[in-house]
Design a protein around this ligand. Structure first.
Ligand code: NAD
Ligand code: ZN
Length: 362
């Protein structure tokens, strides 16, 4: 059974299809405009593991040339790779009315989305996320980017997809570690703004998490993000709440030099955000305890000393947080919580205290 979430952005509204079988509805794509040609950009691992499945889903479409293979890993989000992709699109003579289909995780989605945003001043992109992280987060909302030597995601564009197809069949081959990392972004939605959703998450994990539960949770998380994107597409205000756990998380991620997956860093970052909120006297200790217990229960580590990439350096983390592109006017900006489901934006007044807090944690 597939479920549907719609993002309403006027003329640029689009649907997100979620669940087993979503990819087989590729006829919908053909129905969007039958004369349209598509170029496929696909993650190298996904192409290797799901070649037949990918081709079946594309059966009814006019595909321009062989799939453009995106090598695995963050380094593919580069200017060099972007240029290769753009040349390949030109070689396939893709026109303004044609579209890109991006099949892969957040790396492929971000790169393909940015290529679509600038190719011939913008063409459509259809996102087919194949990691849980990409399904829950990166394929939805229209942020696209590549990395620069100075930092991640520094060059990009807002470019909403035309359609998102999140088929669980892809998840069968996703390593457990990657699956868990993606799950962190689902938990994030609950922690930011939906205490009932957090209750449901806790409840469904009493037994092992079924595919049905996962689908329901994914849908709730996507709906949560969709509502925020509809209200604040360009992150002028509340969309910044989606960075919950991310300022601490990015600091851990960069200090770990590649040893830590993004979602793992975000999970530990969310635990830090709760503990720091308790320290500032704005969040009940019991809420922080519940969050950390739940993260641990599902298998997401929150103790900094036990994380891949440890030991971390508090000074390096604060330095990294100072340079976060989300900061405004010099102060470190964090998303903190008054409790589960009640996140808010906070500007750090006492950096020395933040440093001491991190030192205690490390
Ligand atoms: P990823 O795209 O690197 O994929 C992770 C790994 O899984 C890769 O090795 C990939 O080859 C492999 N893989 C993908 N699908 C698979 C499958 N079905 N089976 C087996 N292996 C598979 O990483 P990710 O976690 O999906 O995304 C991380 C990226 O997303 C980062 O670059 C981050 O900046 C970006 N991101 C963007 C947004 C946004 O709003 N645009 C939001 C969050 C994250
Ligand atoms: Zn994230």
């Amino acid at each position: 059974m597939t479920e549907l979430v719609t993002i309403s952005l006027g003329e640029r509204s689009y649907e997100i299809l979620i669940g087993q079988g979503a990819w087989s509805i590729a006829q919908r794509l053909a129905a969007v405009s039958p004369e349209r040609r598509y170029a496929v950009l696909a993650d190298a691992n996904v192409l290797r593991l799901h070649k037949d499945f990918v081709e079946t889903g594309l059966g009814h479409l006019q595909i321009a040339g062989a799939p453009i293979e995106i090598p695995e890993g963050e380094t593919a989000k580069s200017f060099g790779m972007l240029e290769i992709v753009l040349s390949q699109l030109l070689e396939r003579a893709l026109e303004r009315g044609d579209a890109i289909i991006a099949i892969g995780g957040g790396v492929t989605g971000d790169l393909a989305g940015f290529a679509a945003a600038i190719y011939k001043r913008g063409i459509d992109v259809i996102q087919v996320p194949t990691t849980l992280l990409a399904m829950a987060d990166s394929s939805v909302g229209g942020k696209t980017a590549i990395n620069m030597p100075q930092g991640k995601n520094l060059v990009g564009a807002f470019h909403q997809p035309r359609l998102v197809v999140a088929d669980f069949a892809f998840l069968d081959t996703l390593p457990k570690r990657q699956l868990l990392a993606g799950y962190a972004e689902i938990i994030k939605a609950a922690l930011i703004g939906d205490a009932d959703f957090f209750d449901q998450l806790e409840y469904s994990n009493r037994d092992s998490l079924t595919a049905l539960h996962l689908q329901a949770h994914l849908k709730t998380a996507i709906q949560f993000k969709a509502d925020i994107v509809e209200a604040d597409e360009r992150e002028a205000g509340q969309r910044a709440l989606l960075n919950f756990g991310h300022t601490f998380g990015h600091a851990l991620e960069s200090d770990a030099k590649g040893a830590l997956l993004h979602g793992e860093a975000v999970a530990a970052g969310m635990a830090l955000a709760f503990d720091y909120s308790v320290r500032l006297g704005i969040c009940p200790e019991n809420d922080a305890r519940r969050v950390k217990d739940y993260l641990k229960l599902v298998g997401l580590e929150t103790g900094l000393g036990s994380l891949p990439g440890a030991p971390f350096t508090a000074e390096a983390m604060v330095e990294r947080m100072r340079h976060d592109k989300k900061n405004a006017g010099g102060a470190i900006r964090l998303v903190l919580a008054r409790g589960i489901g009640n996140a808010f934006i906070h500007e750090v007044a006492d950096e020395a205290d933040l440093l001491n807090f991190l030192k205690d944690k490390i």
